[in-house]
Design a protein. Structure first.
Length: 81
């Protein structure tokens, strides 16, 4: 199968030896910190969520819409016949 796909060699997995370039990273400080996560209590237009009602009726639907578009992907609501 590898010949059919044109794969000549497999990439080595993480090594247990910390002195080699492909060692396994177990230090959390070296991991991606995701420091650009948006504030969930700030609306897309910059307003702050101040009440539970505002969360339920405005902000939560914004977050759901972002997930549908960016994470899950858009899909057809009806099947074509």
């Amino acid at each position: 199968m590898m010949d059919q796909l044109g794969i000549k060699a497999l990439r080595p997995g993480p090594s247990g030896n910390e002195k080699v370039p492909n060692h396994a990273n177990t230090d959390e400080s070296l991991a991606n910190p995701y420091n650009n996560v948006p504030d969930p209590l700030t609306m897309n237009d910059g307003r702050k969520v101040t009440t539970a009602e505002m969360w339920r009726t405005e902000r939560r639907p914004e977050i759901v819409a972002m997930f549908e578009k960016e994470v899950y992907g858009e899909f057809r609501r009806t099947c074509p016949r």
